[in-house]
Design a protein around this ligand. Sequence first.
Ligand code: MRU
Length: 342
Amino acid sequence: MSIKTIEWKDNSVIMIDQTKLPNNLTFVKYTKHTEIADAIKNLIIRGAPAICVAGAYGLSLAALESKATTINGLINDLENAKQTLFATRPTAVNLSWGLDKVMNAAKKCSNIHDVKKSIIRTANKLANDDITTNMAIGRCGSELFNDNDIVMTHCNAGALATVSYGTALGVIRSAKDLGKKIKVIATETRPIQQGSRLTAFELKHDGIDVDVIPDTATGYIMGNKLVNKVIVGADRILSTGHVFNKIGTYQLAILAQYHKIPFYVAAPLSTFDLNNKPEDIVIEQRNSNEVTNIGNQKTAPEDVGVINPAFDITPPYLISGIITEKGIAINPYQISIKKLFD
Ligand code: MRU
């Protein structure tokens, strides 16, 4: 999509309100870092690379909001804002990666004016780099896709999950730009329906052929050979190749392996966490309303117990390849991922 999901304009942050899609393409404008934190928490902006840039712009707003008269006072205000922004969503590593990049740039400056300028410049660079990185991921991954492929994707790892172009959907865009005809099967992705609301919206917008299926139809579609590849994004990838992504990714990967369908993950290097083990990572648990209601309509009995994890972990042996801007990692991931960073 040529529209940007998030943008810095006249000392404010403009973003698409993704909770209103697909019915209304509306933009919201924020001037306070706490508004950005609420927007991340409430999924007005979502997707690992997009919340990285939102966090960076949140710090930019915090720098402008600060009344500090000393550089230490300003850094202190920024550290507090960073905590507020970091506390919004725990699973995607891109958010803390972006916040750290901006804070490191700030800490190199010697006066208040330079800190403010440097923070905004760094956040804008993260936003611009996101697009070029996604295009590089797209170029790398497009070679894995053939004319007339039917590709299943889950959640939204597209332009709306990034500043623009997308990771998994960027690969599809790139293959299409090479003249390959690709059809996409988008899982609905309950409970928030990022697949039917967002992936279907942006692919239709770009004239890419897409069908939406209920999550419960994935086995049927694979079993009946109605799809020949799967590609998803990621919120965090460990050095072992364990992939944290939208709830439902794990079962999709198991189904794909059972049906001998290649299962790819596309993500930038900023999604890799080389320091932690699977058990160290917090899986975000979201509000039970997301499961017991559709819109204002109750779809479950009052006070029923609910388990609503937002992400799951796909082990490396289920993954055919991890597509990044620096190349494609394959099993054994411990070695191939290390090479990407070398
Ligand atoms: O809860 P969400 O909508 O933020 O979850 C998004 C995903 O799981 C995406 O697949 C992931 O962030 C990769 S986006 C390029």
